[in-house]
Structure formats: structure tokens, C-alpha cells
Design a protein around this ligand. Structure first.
Ligand SMILES: *Cc1c(COP(=O)(O)O)cnc(C)c1O
Length: 360
């Protein structure tokens, strides 16, 4: 068996120890005589799995007790609609920071429900930087402020948490959640599709302050109301049971690593190595302003785009896969979430130097 270093943006690598544990428990979870996949979500075995996963996530992220943690489906993309449906709470305007492809999608969806005030917009800079706090033009009548702390496609990450006064700050953390410690109390809501840094696809985690729940737009479907899920411990309907279980194994794994402070140290070092390799060469380039560079998604281009196909093919031969950049931007992108071992970065950096020597 040869496991590759998989640089996919998502679904992405999972820690090998997590997959091995799932494999060991696959046929018979903890003496139950069944796979987690076969369990009733209302049975006591599964309830214990679900509760432990939530407790571990709360511990790992330091989630205050006045926040609900919801385990939903529909991806981060469903949240783009659920947010205005649930959080406008009588207002007709919301502030959005436009910093890349994912915030654009959130904005397009919000426009179906309210007036969107672009409190920042870096499209003129081709989305190569996060806006500074001083640039934010927040509106007085906005119900909330929404932003994407890490733009997965162009690799732009906010180096700070925007200060937004007493407005709820909402964050699409799909590609940066669990990459480092964060102060959850600064947010009204945090949400993330699981398939980047939490677990397998099919699960969406929502962390929401309790007082924001309960005042939806008329006509909001039951399944799109946070209250439905908050009041039913995310078991109003059948949750994505296996993804939730695997997410729980990932939370346990983070605890075993020494928690998010330790995970952050490794992530920062991994990213620094890769950016140093890019910046130290005339052959590779990354367009993102240094202070706004993502720890998780590192796009880069080759000086000669005609070599892209060779780069990908040769990388694959040495076990480095899925380095192709997003179809909308081209070039390369190395997604280096928590589960990417540091050895994966070292192998990639060595390969890049080798490739440049041969073709540069
Ligand atoms: C991947 C991603 C999404 C989309 O998530 P889905 O779960 O596929 O809906 C949204 N926002 C960000 C920042 C992402 O990285």
C-alpha cells in the first residue's frame, strides 16, 4: 500500500490514525456488533458517539456554553441561504466583505433576501489581499457582518478578526476552522463544510450564539430553521451519522496532538516552508500579499504555464497528487490542512527544487 500526499482542497486528506481507527471499528463498533453506519441515530450507542464528538469539539475550540453546535447537511453552500433566512431578524440589510470566490457566492445568495452592503471589496486587487480593518465600511442598519476568513481558491486569509461593534460577526470558516485557536466569543456564528479540516463530506458544522436563533423570515422551511436543529440536538431528521462519527475521531486526534495551539505551530511551520520555497525562486510565484497568505491553501504558478501538465505528471510519480489549481484561476494549489503531514511539505518542496533544476 502506498498512501500519497494528497493536496486536494476538499474532500481532503484525513489523519491516517483516524482512518485506521475507523477501519478497526468498521465491522463492530465497541462490541455493539454493528458498524456505526448501521446504527439508529437515536440508539444509545450512536447518541454516545454524537455527544462525545460535540463535547470534544467544544473542548478543542473552547466554545462558550451560550453557543449551540449543530451538525447539519447541505454543505457550507446551504448556509449562504440559511444565514439571511435566520439572521436578518427583521432587518433588510446585511454587511458582506467581498474577498474572493466564496464570499461572492454568499453575497449572491444573500441578495435574494436582503440588500447587501459591500463593507469591503478587494475585487479590484484581483482578490490578492484581505482588507484592513480601517477599510471596512460597516452600515448602521445591517443585521450582521459576514466574511470568509480564508478564501480557499485564491489562498487569501485574514490575519485578524474584524471588529464590528455590537453586530453579530458571521464567518464561513470552511477551510480554516481548527487550523489554530480562535476566540469563538467574537463571533455570532461560525460555519464550515466538514470536508476540508473536520472530516468527510456530508457534514456541515454550525456554531451559533443562542440568542440569534428563533426569528426567521416568513416561509423559511423547517429544515432551514436553526431552531429546529438546536431544539432537537441536530436529530430532527437523520443526521449524517458516519461523517459525524468520523469528525469525532478527528476532534479526538486534535486533542492527542496537544490541541489547537500545537496544531497551529505545525501549520504555521508547514506554510512558511512552502512560501519560502516559492519566494526563494524566480520559477514559482504566489500573488497574495504576504500578510494575507493562507496557512491552508497555497496557490502558485510556474514561470512557464506550458510546463503545468509536466509538473503535475512528475509530481504524481513521486506521490504528490491533486496539485492542480482551481479551474477558475489555473496554476497550482497545495491545500495543506491539518492532516497533511509535514513530510508532505518537505517532499513537495524538494520536488519543486528538482523540477526547477530540470526545466527552469
Ligand atoms: C469548500 C467551501 C465552501 C463550499 O462548501 P460545500 O460544503 O461544498 O457547500 C464554502 N466556503 C468555503 C470557504 C469553502 O472552502
Amino acid at each position: 500500500m502506498a498512501r500519497v500526499f494528497n493536496f486536494s482542497a476538499g474532500p481532503a486528506m484525513l489523519p491516517q490514525a483516524v482512518i485506521e481507527k475507523a477501519q478497526a471499528e468498521m465491522l463492530d463498533w465497541n462490541g455493539s456488533g454493528m458498524s456505526v453506519m448501521e446504527m439508529s441515530h437515536r440508539g444509545k450507542e450512536y447518541m454516545s458517539i454524537a455527544e462525545k464528538a460535540e463535547a470534544d469539539l467544544r473542548e478543542v475550540m473552547g466554545i462558550p456554553s451560550n453557543y449551540k453546535v449543530l451538525f447539519l447537511q447541505g454543505g457550507a453552500s446551504s448556509q449562504f441561504a440559511m444565514i439571511p433566512m435566520n439572521l436578518l431578524r427583521g432587518a433588510t440589510t446585511a454587511d458582506y466583505l467581498n474577498t474572493g470566490d466564496w464570499s461572492k457566492k454568499a453575497i449572491a445568495e444573500a441578495k435574494r433576501y436582503c440588500t447587501v452592503n459591500l463593507a469591503a471589496d478587494t475585487s479590484e486587487d484581483n482578490f490578492t489581499r484581505a482588507p484592513a480593518q480601517s477599510e471596512l465600511k460597516l452600515s448602521a442598519d445591517a443585521a450582521y457582518v459576514h466574511y470568509c476568513p480564508n478564501e480557499t481558491i485564491r489562498g487569501v486569509e485574514f490575519p485578524y478578526i474584524p471588529a464590528v461593534g455590537d453586530k453579530p460577526l458571521l464567518a464561513d470558516m470552511s477551510s480554516t476552522i481548527l487550523s489554530r485557536p480562535i476566540d469563538v466569543s467574537k463571533f455570532g456564528m461560525i460555519y464550515a463544510g466538514a470536508q476540508k479540516n473536520i472530516g468527510p463530506a456530508g457534514l456541515t458544522v454550525v456554531i451559533i450564539r443562542e440568542d440569534l436563533i428563533g426569528e426567521t423570515l416568513a416561509g423559511t422551511p423547517t429544515m432551514f430553521d436553526y431552531k429546529t436543529h438546536a431544539e432537537n440536538d441536530s436529530m430532527y431528521n437523520t443526521p449524517p451519522t458516519y461523517s459525524w462519527y468520523l469528525a469525532g475521531l478527528v476532534f479526538e486526534w486534535i486533542k492527542e496532538q496537544g490541541g489547537l495551539a500545537k496544531v497551529a505551530e505545525v501549520n504555521e511551520r508547514k506554510a512558511a516552508k512552502l512560501y519560502a520555497a516559492i519566494d526563494g525562486s524566480d520559477f514559482y510565484a504566489n500573488p497574495v500579499e504576504v500578510a494575507s497568505r493562507s496557512w491552508m491553501n497555497v496557490p502558485f504558478t510556474l514561470a512557464n504555464a506550458e510546463l503545468d501538465a509536466d509538473f503535475l505528471a512528475e509530481a504524481k510519480k513521486v506521490g504528490l497528487t491533486t496539485l492542480k489549481g482551481h479551474r477558475s484561476v489555473g496554476g497550482m494549489r497545495a491545500s495543506i490542512y491539518n492532516a497533511m503531514p509535514e513530510a508532505g511539505i518537505d517532499t513537495l518542496v524538494a520536488f519543486m527544487a528538482e523540477f526547477e533544476k530540470k526545466h527552469g
